[in-house]
Design a protein around this ligand. Structure first.
Ligand SMILES: CC(C)(COP(=O)(O)OP(=O)(O)OC[C@H]1O[C@@H](n2cnc3c(N)ncnc32)[C@H](O)[C@@H]1OP(=O)(O)O)[C@@H](O)C(=O)NCCC(=O)NCCS
Length: 153
């Protein structure tokens, strides 16, 4: 008999730190967050992930978002999909969930102006370009600020 499997969106907790640290290195090989940075994030802020769950294996996190939240806004700090599971709509599923669960809040993020894949992803989910920060990243690239207005703003 085949093992039962599921794809679920779940809140991330400090327990998921080792998996997130592995994904950070996988998704941001030149600028990954250390375990201490991730731990410090979880001490006061949030994350969600796409979990692959199977009867036969430990849960595997395929995609994650780490974000800051206050009463009006969410700022996405990190979003990444495991390289082996890209272009399968997992980042879309994760972003859609964040938007649905926080429909009244404005969502903001910064993205490297040369990261066309991520920019297409954000545009697909209704984010609009609002500003530019010149030479913002260590490699000299500009940052583009994108925003998705909340329903009550
Ligand atoms: C950007 C990233 C999160 C996308 O994750 P993903 O799970 O592959 O994305 P999805 O499958 O949900 O794709 C959704 C949309 O994003 C865009 N997109 C994603 N990968 C793309 C690619 N290789 N080329 C062009 N567009 C792409 C497309 O618009 C796509 O929609 P479509 O498939 O209908 O054309 C992933 O490539 C990643 O982890 N990159 C490294 C980390 C990173 O750059 N994070 C963003 C920092 S701001």
């Amino acid at each position: 008999m085949e093992a039962k499997t599921e794809i679920l969106v779940q809140k991330l907790e400090a327990d998921h730190l080792p998996s997130i640290a592995t994904l950070e290195r996988n998704c941001f090989p030149e600028s990954y967050w250390s375990e201490d940075q991730i731990l410090s994030h979880f001490s006061s802020q949030h994350g969600i992930g796409i979990f692959y769950k199977s009867e036969n294996f430990a849960d595997k996190i395929l995609c994650y978002i780490l974000y800051l939240e206050n009463a009006w806004e969410i700022e996405i700090l990190r979003i990444g999909t495991d390289t082996n599971f890209r272009r399968k709509n997992y980042a879309s599923l994760c972003i859609r969930n964040l938007i649905q669960e926080n429909s009244s809040k404005t969502i903001l993020l910064e993205v490297d102006a040369n990261n066309s894949k991520a920019i297409q992803l954000y545009r697909k989910h209704g984010f609009q370009f609002v500003d530019k920060r010149k030479a913002y990243y260590e490699n000299g690239n500009d940052a583009h600020l994108f925003m998705r207005q909340g329903l009550l703003q």
